[in-house]
Each structure stands twice: as C-alpha cells, then as structure tokens.
Write a protein that binds this ligand. Sequence first.
Ligand SMILES: *[C@@H]1O[C@H](CO)[C@@H](O)[C@H](O)[C@H]1NC(C)=O
Ligand SMILES: *[C@@H]1O[C@H](CO)[C@@H](O)[C@H](O)[C@H]1NC(C)=O
Ligand SMILES: *[C@@H]1O[C@H](CO)[C@@H](O)[C@H](O)[C@H]1NC(C)=O
Ligand SMILES: *[C@@H]1O[C@H](CO)[C@@H](O)[C@H](O)[C@H]1NC(C)=O
Ligand SMILES: *[C@@H]1O[C@H](CO)[C@@H](O)[C@H](O)[C@H]1NC(C)=O
Ligand SMILES: *[C@@H]1O[C@H](CO)[C@@H](O)[C@H](O)[C@H]1NC(C)=O
Length: 193
Amino acid sequence: MRLQFFTFLFFFTLFHRQISASTTTTLVNVTVDDQFGDPHTHSQIIYTPAEAWSIAPNCSHCPDGISSLSPSRASNGTWHGSYFSSETASGAIRAGAPRYAELQFTGNAIYVICIIPPSTNITNRLNFSIDGTEVGSYPPAPAIATDLGGWQYGVVVYHNTSIPMASHQLLIQSGEEDGPDAIILLDSIVYST
Ligand SMILES: *[C@@H]1O[C@H](CO)[C@@H](O)[C@H](O)[C@H]1NC(C)=O
Ligand SMILES: *[C@@H]1O[C@H](CO)[C@@H](O)[C@H](O)[C@H]1NC(C)=O
Ligand SMILES: *[C@@H]1O[C@H](CO)[C@@H](O)[C@H](O)[C@H]1NC(C)=O
Ligand SMILES: *[C@@H]1O[C@H](CO)[C@@H](O)[C@H](O)[C@H]1NC(C)=O
Ligand SMILES: *[C@@H]1O[C@H](CO)[C@@H](O)[C@H](O)[C@H]1NC(C)=O
Ligand SMILES: *[C@@H]1O[C@H](CO)[C@@H](O)[C@H](O)[C@H]1NC(C)=O
C-alpha cells in the first residue's frame, strides 16, 4: 500500500513537472547570418539598393585596409558591406541613396552585429527602426574621431531587449541624403524567440 502510494506520488510528480516544463516558455537566440539568413524561418535579410551592397571581402570604394579583414573572424565567414557617399564624384554606387538592410523576425529581443572600421572618423552612423519607428543609432552619441587601433569584429551596434513578443520589422539605415560618407559592414542579426 505504502509502495503504491509512493509510486503514485513519483509518477504524479513526474507528470506535474512535465506539464510545468511544457508551459514554461524557453527563449533561444537565433543567429541570422547576413548571407545565409534565418536558419529557422529561412527568411533572408533584404538589402536595398541591391546593387550597392557587396558580399565580403568585396566592397566597392570601401576604405583602405578593408582587404586586411579576416573572414574567419566573421559569423559564417561573411558580411555584407556598402560604402555610401552623397557625392557622385566619389564613384560610389548609387551615390546619395541611403543603404537599407531589413529583417522580419518574431521575437522579443534583437542584437545587430557589425564590423567597425579602425577610426570613427570613417563615418559609420547607422540608424535603427522597429516597425517604422526610429529606436536608435550608432554611434549612440555624435562621434568624436577615435582611433580604435584596428578593425573591430562582432560589435553589437544596436540591441533591444524590451520588444513585445510578436512579429516585427527591423530596418537598418546607413547614410542619408546629402549626409557624410558612411560605411556599413553587417555581419549578423541575433534575435531571441
Ligand atoms: C542572447 O544573446 C545575448 C547576447 O549575446 C545574451 O545577452 C542573451 O542572454 C542571449 N539570450 C538567450 C535567451 O540566450
Ligand atoms: C568579388 O568580386 C569579384 C570581381 O568582381 C567577383 O569575381 C567575385 O565573384 C566577387 N565575390 C563575391 C563573394 O561577391
Ligand atoms: C553558420 O554558422 C553556424 C554556427 O557556426 C553553423 O551552425 C551553420 O551551419 C553555418 N551555416 C552555413 C550555411 O554555413
Ligand atoms: C577626421 O576627419 C576630419 C574631417 O574630414 C579631418 O579634418 C581630420 O583630420 C580627420 N582625423 C583623423 C584622425 O583622420
Ligand atoms: C525597443 O523596442 C521598443 C518596441 O519597438 C521601443 O518602443 C523601444 O524604444 C526600444 N528600446 C530601445 C532601447 O531601443
Ligand atoms: C539618424 O539618427 C540621427 C541621430 O538620431 C539623426 O540626426 C539623423 O537625422 C538620422 N538619420 C535619418 C536618415 O533618419
């Protein structure tokens, strides 16, 4: 009788724990590579204007030293890059057209990971919007020319851990009409779901 009771208790506890486990939400981070996209939903990052973006290590008109970047230090060995200039004379592809990278994701946190040039003097002003509302920029404050001593890999240029759990659109902008030169090297986007 005692044994039966303990057997019952054991299975009851086990059952109860399984129920609790299945109702507790577990968050996981999903890495969306710039080139290979979302491994779960298979959606891709959309780049516009498409012809102004290139895949590592190519980067038309990017500053000297970009060829020294090591693909092995980037997520999946790739990044998407674009050099923006308002000046047609710069030779930049689609001069004056801001560069955009857009991702649809379902989650409640987001991290944008870029490779950053050795000097903040090479403007890398990025703007971030979620669902059409501007939510941040990089650098967060107006940049003072700082020598970082080399290219920086895996820099989280924007993160937001207080997004309502739902489907969202993230839009990254580099360069603005009549604005200064800008460079973006997007490595990956991580979201929690
Ligand atoms: C997702 O990654 C970020 C940045 O590395 C980390 O701070 C966070 O704890 C991770 N979240 C989960 C659910 O693993
Ligand atoms: C880089 O550019 C070269 C020359 O235009 C081209 O042959 C090559 O396919 C490009 N590589 C990538 C990864 O786009
Ligand atoms: C990208 O990298 C991740 C983590 O290292 C790996 O699991 C995945 O298979 C890679 N994807 C491709 C397409 O190489
Ligand atoms: C940064 O850019 C400004 C304006 O183009 C220039 O005058 C200055 O010499 C630059 N500084 C460095 C450290 O490159
Ligand atoms: C995070 O995203 C939410 C919802 O889109 C927004 O209201 C909030 O301002 C963002 N916070 C930061 C720190 O970017
Ligand atoms: C990007 O953000 C900065 C700082 O908030 C702002 O001055 C600039 O106008 C923004 N650019 C665009 C194109 O929204």
